[in-house]
Design a protein. Sequence first.
Length: 414
Amino acid sequence: MIDKRIDFDHLRQDFPILKSKNRNKPIIFFDSAASSQKPIQVLNAVNDFYQKDYANIHRGIYELSERASLLYENTREKVRQFIHAPHANEIVFVRGTTEAINLVAQCISKNESGEIKWQAGDEVILSEMEHHANIVPWYLLKKQLGIVLKIIPVTDEGVIDITSYQDLFSSRTKIVAISHASNALGTINSIKEMIKIAHQHQVPVLIDGAQAAPHFAIDVQALDCDFYVFSGHKMYAPTGVGVLYAKKIWLDNMPPYQGGGDMIETVSFTHITFAKAPHKFEAGTPDIAAVIGLSAAIDYLQQIGMQAIDQHEQQLLQQAEPALLSIPKLKIIGTAQPKVGVISFVIDGIHPHDIGTVLDHEGIAVRAGHHCAMPLMNRFGLSATVRASFGIYTNEQDIDALVEGVQQAVRIFS
Ligand SMILES: Cc1ncc(COP(=O)(O)O)c(C=O)c1O
């Protein structure tokens, strides 16, 4: 194994925004789970594309459009490698995790011709820790079709209860949709085991990888998941692009999600034939520049190495959690192992928004709220937590500043 030591402090120079200010203080960014900052390599790739190679894709018969199309399609191959998918045509570009889950919910419940094949009483298994993006699309389907949502409980530590999970399967179960890592707790779920269990019941599994893809290596073949979805903007790429990986058999058997240009073979007013996947699912002009930016972000992450990124974030967790826990009345919500670099906490007697406001005045950006996981907050009897989430630019000094800022909030509000 190559001993690859990365100077994470040096790497901060790649992020121009870290020279920017928050409340006139140097910015200390702890909201990467919401959206990460962008390295100059990604910004330059987008800029270069607009300045040198920009044209619409898949349409022009001129060289510039061919160049843009090639850059776009090369990114598909790069994403394939990044998540170790078998074929590039199993990679669909979407706007983000949210769109990918909506696509799957709407399309998997229909046959290839678009006729609804699920029935009232069919079941979808979700967990109590899902982001709203992995609840609402299924709730909409429940409203449309009368399906039933079955919810896997989460333990006090913030772990999915596998025994309860096993008990939720029935002959009506149509899909399991669960997060790889929780945005509100940091928990990395035992998805490999969960996928295996679902497959024993012949049930497909969708993995919401929004909080996994930025932090550690993904291997969809090793996981054997049916769908894997994630957002570019959380992994140092621009907003506007995300990925839906789906096994070919699903893409072939699902109808298109949206209709428009670029997803058809032939069109008349009486009959339309569709392009093959992935194009069947990419109607209209996509965010081409964001896709090019995603390509640069993957290059950037792979240059550092996902293993090194994971190790860096684990070290920061080891520094941050005991330091925060030394603050009286502070409780971390989500104490599972392993975790990604996400720490949710509350302090008895101080509202999370007040802590967030004190930190903001110190230049420290955290999230305070329900983190788009209201059912999870209800599970813990909370309306909100403070969440500090790490990126590759987070360093030890940031953690020190966070701990000091929280101590100051305690002094102010106690
Ligand atoms: C676990 C998880 N799933 C889904 C999403 C939704 O992602 P997007 O808003 O990029 O579609 C998020 C965003 O925070 C998330 O953390």
